[in-house]
Ligand binder design. Structure first.
Ligand SMILES: NC(=O)c1ccc[n+]([C@@H]2O[C@H](COP(=O)([O-])OP(=O)(O)OC[C@H]3O[C@@H](n4cnc5c(N)ncnc54)[C@H](OP(=O)(O)O)[C@@H]3O)[C@@H](O)[C@H]2O)c1
Length: 259
């Protein structure tokens, strides 16, 4: 099987997983429009591959008042985009035992970037993709700690858990359309996400190229849920994920027949 999409809009492509996946797509003949806040990195990307294969658009996804204008402008410049890859994310640590250090604004902003901004982008794209006669897809980068949370990352894990729920609901709701909903769930990967850990952060997790190999293989196989690694024993983790999905699908079926 191959990746059936021709042009990926990759949100969060200036670093880490997003940049590595963008490289992989271009190397395999897929066009990429890369998005992030850092213009210099987008320029490097376009310069490396040339304007016929790569483009870059600066956008801060947290500014949801501009989401529709951003999507209109991108689609006007690149009407062949047929895959939206929602990969941007941010992570910060909380000590919930220390109320004095609790910062609600930081908490809200993390949930806003990791969840609400991605929902806004999804819903700007659903009507566009629905009109297409060819296959389209929306890919989400989730996290294994959406399923088994890490206690020091409540905003991050909560936002990824919400995104996982949204992915399940969206996939079910779009089941009779040409829009495929895919979730990639990574383990810890060596990226800038862990820069707050200092030097240790750089070597924390799986090398990004190994992750990209596995994620890309899952996409080529046409899987809609690509889980890489596990929290704790893989057998237990995968059983939790599979049983939860089966229960979700049963409930969805019951709800469909009740309506
Ligand atoms: N690394 C891991 O261990 C790991 C594990 C599980 C899941 N993930 C998920 O993988 C995804 C990619 O993370 P990464 O590990 O590759 O981290 P990273 O190296 O820090 O990259 C994060 C990307 O998100 C973009 N981004 C962040 N905030 C943004 C905003 N407000 N507007 C637009 N773009 C924004 C960044 O671009 P700019 O800074 O240029 O805006 C950058 O391109 C995230 O969703 C993360 O939660 C990572």
């Amino acid at each position: 099987m191959s990746f059936p999409y021709k042009h990926v809009l990759l949100i969060g492509a200036t670093a880490g997983i997003g940049r590595a996946m963008a490289d992989r797509f271009i190397e395999t003949g897929i066009k990429v429009t890369a998005v992030g806040r850092r213009q210099d990195r987008l320029d490097d990307f376009v310069q490396k591959y040339g304007k016929d294969k790569a483009s870059g658009v600066v956008f801060d996804i947290s500014d949801t008042s501009k989401t529709t204008a951003f999507v209109d402008s991108v689609m006007q410049s690149h009407p062949d985009i047929d895959c939206l890859f929602l990969n941007a994310g941010t992570q910060s640590v909380y000590d919930l035992s220390d109320p004095a250090s609790f910062d609600l604004e930081r908490f809200q902003s993390e949930v806003h970037v990791n969840y609400i901004s991605l929902v806004a982008l999804t819903y700007a794209f659903v009507p566009i993709f629905k009109k297409r006669e060819t296959p389209t897809s929306i890919i989400f980068t989730g996290s294994n700690i959406a399923i088994v949370p890490a206690a020091t990352l409540p905003a991050y894990c909560g936002s990824k858990a919400a995104l996982n729920v949204f992915t399940l609901c969206l996939r079910e709701s779009l089941r009779n359309t040409n829009i495929k909903v895919i979730e990639i769930s990574p383990p810890p990967v060596q990226t800038e996400l862990h820069d707050y850990m200092g030097e240790h952060g750089k070597s924390f997790g799986m090398p990004v190229n190994q992750f990209t190999d596995e994620a890309h293989k899952g996409l080529l196989q046409g899987r809609d849920q690509i889980i890489i690694g596990a929290v704790g024993p893989a057998e237990t983790f995968n059983e939790i994920v599979d049983k939860r999905r089966a229960a979700f699908e049963n409930l969805a079926k019951m709800m469909r027949s009740a309506h």
